[in-house]
Design a protein around this ligand. Structure first.
Ligand SMILES: NC(=O)c1ccc[n+]([C@@H]2O[C@H](COP(=O)([O-])OP(=O)(O)OC[C@H]3O[C@@H](n4cnc5c(N)ncnc54)[C@H](OP(=O)(O)O)[C@@H]3O)[C@@H](O)[C@H]2O)c1
Length: 285
């Protein structure tokens, strides 16, 4: 993993050592709200007080802001500039196509200083562009998925940065930093996989419900158990490839083996998933 290009003694870091840590948010969208929920819960789980962490929110998104105010005491500001005045560490949650306009607004009002530390959640926008747009602030790229609010997710990071780790790690199970930006960009497709797997579960659920005598809730329980079992096996055997675990279950001559054969191979479902990933990755780069 790359070493941080930011000293851990930055103004922002010193501030984060003294309660309350103030985290600004520019763009209180769906993903930003999910991450804040996870962060607030994670900090409580780590034994920190609710008052150790303060969220400072940009305007717009009334419903989300009020919800975060009510749940976690988040402060809603009248302008984006006010958010930057209140907090040196700032999560940027606007959509990629909204980034340039936001950066222009902050530049024109000279809202950012070199002590600002921006954590930008946007696919397909390079760090070089972000640094140029949001200069003189320092910028890192982060990503997670909407399921982050459940507290089991990973947060990906480019480049490695101790301050971001320190600040956001209570929200997730793991922070994974990448040395190469192309790898970080591709890693975002893992977040998409999450939704595809859910859609796949739906297809399986639909099928099981066609079987006379299996109810919807029973089918759902059966499938959830299988997913938990698969996860448990992968966690129990971290050095064994999942394909090998599958083969150990699907020994020759079993029903499992017959299914594995049909789903694998050049025309199978697994290859189709790889093709989808290939196609999307080429669009991201
Ligand atoms: N949602 C997902 O499933 C998901 C999953 C993984 C990654 N992502 C990524 O996460 C990022 C955010 O996605 P999202 O789904 O959270 O988007 P979103 O719900 O649309 O949130 C973005 C919010 O930013 C606000 N905004 C835009 N420009 C602003 C400005 N200049 N000042 C203040 N607020 C501003 C928008 O307000 P208005 O509504 O008033 O325009 C919007 O509510 C994107 O890069 C997306 O690709 C999303």
């Amino acid at each position: 993993m790359a070493s941080s290009s930011y000293p851990s003694t930055s103004t922002c870091h010193r501030e984060s050592r003294q309660p309350p840590t103030r985290l600004g948010v520019l763009g209180v969208g769906e993903l930003a709200e999910s991450l804040l929920v996870a962060l607030a819960r994670g900090c409580l789980r780590d034994g920190r007080s609710r008052h150790d962490l303060e969220f400072h929110l940009s305007p717009r998104n009334d419903v989300r802001s009020h919800r975060l105010g009510w749940r976690f005491g988040a402060v809603r500001h009248a302008s984006n500039v006010a958010v930057c005045e209140a907090s040196l560490c700032v999560l940027v949650g606007v959509r990629p196509q909204q980034l340039e306009a936001l950066a222009m607004e902050l530049r024109e009002s000279r809202a950012l200083s070199k002590d600002h530390h921006l954590m930008v959640m946007a696919a397909g926008v390079s760090l070089a562009n972000l640094q140029r747009w949001f200069a003189p602030a320092r910028v890192v790229r982060v990503m997670t998925g909407l399921a982050v609010s459940e507290g089991q997710s990973a947060l990906t990071l480019y480049p490695e940065d101790p301050l971001t780790r320190d600040l956001l790690s209570p929200a997730v199970r793991q922070v994974i930093a990448f040395e190469e930006e192309a790898a970080f960009e591709a890693s975002m497709l893992a977040v998409c996989v999450n939704a595809w797997q859910l859609a796949q579960q739906q297809a399986l659920l639909d099928w099981f419900q066609t079987v006379p005598g299996i109810t919807g809730p029973q089918a759902r329980q059966l499938l959830m158990t299988q997913m938990r079992d698969a996860l448990a096996l992968m966690e129990a055997h971290p050095d064994t490839p999942p394909g090998e675990l599958a083969s150990r279950i699907g020994t020759p001559g079993t029903w499992t083996a017959r299914g594995l054969e049909q789903l694998g191979g050049k025309d199978g479902a697994h290859h189709r998933w790889q093709q989808v990933l290939d196609g999307l990755r080429s669009e991201l780069n």
